[in-house]
Design a protein around this ligand. Structure first.
Ligand code: TYM
Length: 343
C-alpha cells in the first residue's frame, strides 16, 4: 500500500482553510492508502506562543481530526513530539540543507519580515527541514496539503534527492543488500478545489490562523450564531449577480467555492443554483450549508473531548505505529551517513 502523511499545527483554531485544503481530503485517502496524520506541535513553537495553551491546543486539534472523520482504525493519529525521530532526523538533514534553500522560503520571508531579527528564532528558518523529516521518515508517497505548502514540499523532494545522491551510493547499496534508496521522493497532493481558501474580509489574502481579525475566518468550532454573523459581515462586491472565476471578484469566487465544497455539489450544480440569485439570498444558503456541514463535526468533537481516555489511547497507539516506521528510517540514515551504531 502506498503511504500518505500530513499534519496541521496546533496554533490558534483550525479553520475552514485547514479543513477544505487538507483534513477533509485525508478522510477520503484513509480508505485507499496507509495513512499517518500528526499534530505538528514542534512546528507551533517557531513563533512566540503560549505555554499554557500548547498542550490543550494539541489535544483539541487531535479531536478535530477525529471529529472530521479521520478514523483511528484506519489511520495512525499521533503527536509529532511523541515520536522522537522527527527531531533527530532533522539534525541529520540540516547538515545537508543549503542555507540558501531556506532563505528562499516564502513563508519564512513573510513571517520574519513581520518580526525583527532579534525576535526571529533560528527554528523559523529551519522549520522546513523539520517538515521534510516529518515526511521522509515515513517513506511517504503522497502528502495532501493546501497550496501554501507547495514550496515546502519541493524543498522536501530536493532534500530527499540530495541525501540519496550524497549518501546512497555503492556503500549504502551494499549495506542494504539489494539496493534501494535512502528516502522515497514524495509527491504533494493539492486538491483541485479548496487548496487556497481566502479570507472573508479580503479575497486576495488567504484565510489564516494568524490573521488578527477573527472575522476573516470561519473556525471549525465556531457556534452557529457566529458563523451567521461572519457571513453576514463578510466582504462582497457591488456586481448584481454571482459568478465563479472572475479575477475582479475574488470574494465572490471564494464564497462560491466554499459553498460548493461544504454543500457537496458540483460546480455546474452551483452555477445553476445561483443563476439570478442576489448576494442576500446567497448568503442565507451559504450560512445554512456551513452550519449543516459543521454542526455534526462539532457534536462529535464534544463527544471525543468528553472521553479523554479514548483520545489518549488513540494517540498512544498512533505514536507506537509511527515510531516503528520512523525508527527504521532513522537507523538507515545513521548507517548511510557513516555513524558507528551501538551493537
Ligand atoms: P498549517 O498548520 O499552516 O496548515 C495545515 C494545512 O492546512 C492548509 N491550509 C490551507 N488550505 C487551503 N486554504 C487555506 N487558506 C489554508 N491555510 C492552511 C495547509 O496547506 C496545510 O495543508 N507546515 C505545515 C504543517 C506540517 C506538515 C508537515 C504538513 C508540518 N509537517 C508534514 C504535511 C506534512 C503547516 O504549517 O500547516
Amino acid at each position: 500500500k502506498k503511504r500518505v502523511v500530513s499534519g496541521v499545527q496546533p496554533t490558534g483554531s483550525i479553520h475552514l482553510g485547514n479543513y477544505l485544503g487538507a483534513i477533509k481530503n485525508w478522510v477520503a485517502l484513509q480508505n485507499v492508502y496507509e495513512t499517518l496524520f500528526f499534530i505538528v506541535d514542534l512546528h507551533a513553537i517557531t513563533l512566540p506562543y503560549d505555554t499554557q495553551q500548547l498542550s490543550k491546543a494539541t489535544r483539541s486539534t487531535a479531536a478535530i481530526y477525529l471529529a472530521c472523520g479521520v478514523d483511528p482504525s484506519k489511520a495512525s493519529v499521533f503527536v509529532q513530539s511523541h515520536v522522537r525521530a522527527h527531531v533527530e532526523l532533522m539534525w541529520l538533514l540540516s547538515s545537508t540543507t543549503p542555507i540558501g534553500w531556506l532563505n528562499k522560503m516564502i513563508q519564512f520571508k513573510e513571517k520574519s519580515r513581520k518580526a525583527g531579527d532579534e525576535e526571529v528564532g533560528v527554528a523559523l528558518l529551519t522549520y522546513p527541514v523539520l517538515m521534510a523529516s516529518d515526511i521522509l521518515l515515513y517513506q511517504s508517497d503522497f502528502v495532501p496539503v493546501g497550496e501554501d505548502q507547495k514550496q515546502h514540499l519541493e524543498l522536501t523532494r530536493d532534500l530527499a534527492e540530495r541525501v540519496n545522491n550524497l549518501y546512497g551510493g555503492r556503500k549504502w547499496k551494499k549495506l542494504r543488500g539489494r539496493g534501494g534508496t535512502i528516502f522515497k521522493v514524495p509527491e504533494p497532493l493539492i486538491p483541485p478545489a479548496g487548496a487556497r481558501i481566502m479570507s472573508l474580509t479580503d479575497g486576495l489574502s488567504k484565510m489564516s490562523k494568524s490573521a488578527p481579525s477573527d472575522q476573516s475566518r470561519i473556525n471549525i468550532l465556531d457556534p452557529k450564531d457566529l458563523i451567521a454573523n461572519k457571513i453576514k459581515r463578510c466582504k462582497t462586491d457591488s456586481f448584481p449577480s454571482l459568478e465563479f472565476d472572475n479575477s475582479e471578484r475574488p470574494e465572490c469566487n471564494n464564497l462560491l467555492s466554499i459553498y460548493q465544497l461544504v454543500s457537496g455539489k458540483t460546480k455546474e450544480e452551483v452555477v445553476q443554483e445561483i443563476q439570478n440569485m442576489n448576494w442576500g439570498t446567497f448568503k442565507t444558503i451559504l450560512t445554512d450549508a456551513l452550519i449543516d456541514h459543521l454542526h455534526p463535526i462539532q457534536v462529535r468533537y464534544e463527544e471525543i473531548m468528553s472521553d479523554s481516555g479514548y483520545l489518549d489511547e488513540v494517540l498512544a497507539q498512533g505514536a507506537r505505529n509511527a515510531a516503528e516506521i520512523a525508527d527504521t528510517t532513522l537507523d538507515n540514515v545513521y548507517q548511510a551517513m557513516g555513524f558507528f551504531r551501538r551493537q
